[in-house]
Write a protein that binds this ligand. Structure first.
Ligand code: URA
Length: 261
């Protein structure tokens, strides 16, 4: 088991009144919000929804973002969804075209696969877990078959790095005890470890992530790594698909076992 440390976002220094005020600001600059959230202040009862709102604003205006789809010209980011108090968090790669349309993670074909696995384990997406992605915009490229059509692609190392603060913020806010990492991008983003082409041996592995929660307490989460559900859709035979499904199942079962749910 390896131990990793989360790159912090300093959510906990966001003052309560600043959170409330942020709801009334229409188009703050990225720098203004960055300054806003690094103001040092004691803040005993942060409003988590306000933090989500603030994160979305920062994300939309991030000057680091490489996505051609980002606002104001393009599409708003897809942040996480679920229970912000859940002990279990799932991290995928990036929203796809369905997710962009609905502004919700994992609702397209890969999401259907994930839903089936969660249903089998009697886990409710809205109550038992919080789901998010390594990056919040959809990385695209032009299709090799139709040069006018944009298709999804893996996020680059730069895109992961530029978006890291948002997954860090979400982990600090949700403070999960177990995080299931769905695929290579999720693993690389949460652990900050580039792994090149060495993902397969990590499937089924357990690691530890140390982080500071939004209220300033030191926490750790067990990281369980498995395949991204879209990998099932890329397999041609039922047998191969079922092998991937079995690995994902085993990981969810292990998460429930650790959490005693
Ligand atoms: N794939 C992901 O990694 N995340 C989504 O939200 C959808 C598909």
């Amino acid at each position: 088991m390896k131990t990793y440390k989360l790159t912090e976002y300093k959510i906990r220094s966001l003052p309560q009144n600043a959170l409330k005020a942020s709801k009334n600001i229409d188009q703050p600059s990225h720098d203004a919000i960055q300054n806003f959230i690094t103001i040092n202040s004691s803040s005993p009862n942060l409003e988590r929804d306000s933090i989500r709102f603030t994160s979305e604003r920062i994300c939309s205006q991030c000057s680091k973002c490489l996505s051609p789809n980002k606002p104001p010209m393009g599409i708003p980011p897809v942040l996480g969804k679920g229970n912000v108090e859940a002990k279990l968090m799932l991290v995928g790669e990036a929203p796809g075209e369905w997710e962009i349309l609905k502004k919700e993670p994992f609702i397209g074909p890969a999401g259907q696969e994930l839903n089936q696995a969660l249903k089998f384990h009697k886990l409710d997406r809205d109550k038992d877990l919080y789901i998010s992605n390594a990056i919040k915009c959809r990385p695209t490229r032009y299709s090799e078959f139709d040069s006018t059509k944009l298709v999804g692609r893996k996020p680059s190392g730069d895109e992961l790095a530029n978006c890291k603060s948002f997954i860090s913020a979400e982990i600090e806010i949700v403070s999960p005890e177990v995080i299931i990492l769905l695929g290579q991008s999720a693993y690389e983003q949460v652990t900050s470890q580039p792994i090149g082409s060495h993902f397969t041996p990590l499937v089924g592995s357990e690691d530890l992530l140390n982080y500071k929660s939004w209220d300033g307490t030191d926490r750790s989460a067990i990281l369980l790594t498995t395949w991204h559900p879209s990998y099932i859709l890329r397999k041609e035979t039922k047998k191969e698909q079922n092998e991937i499904r079995k690995d994902i199942d085993k990981t969810i079962k292990r998460a429930k076992e650790i959490l005693g749910i």
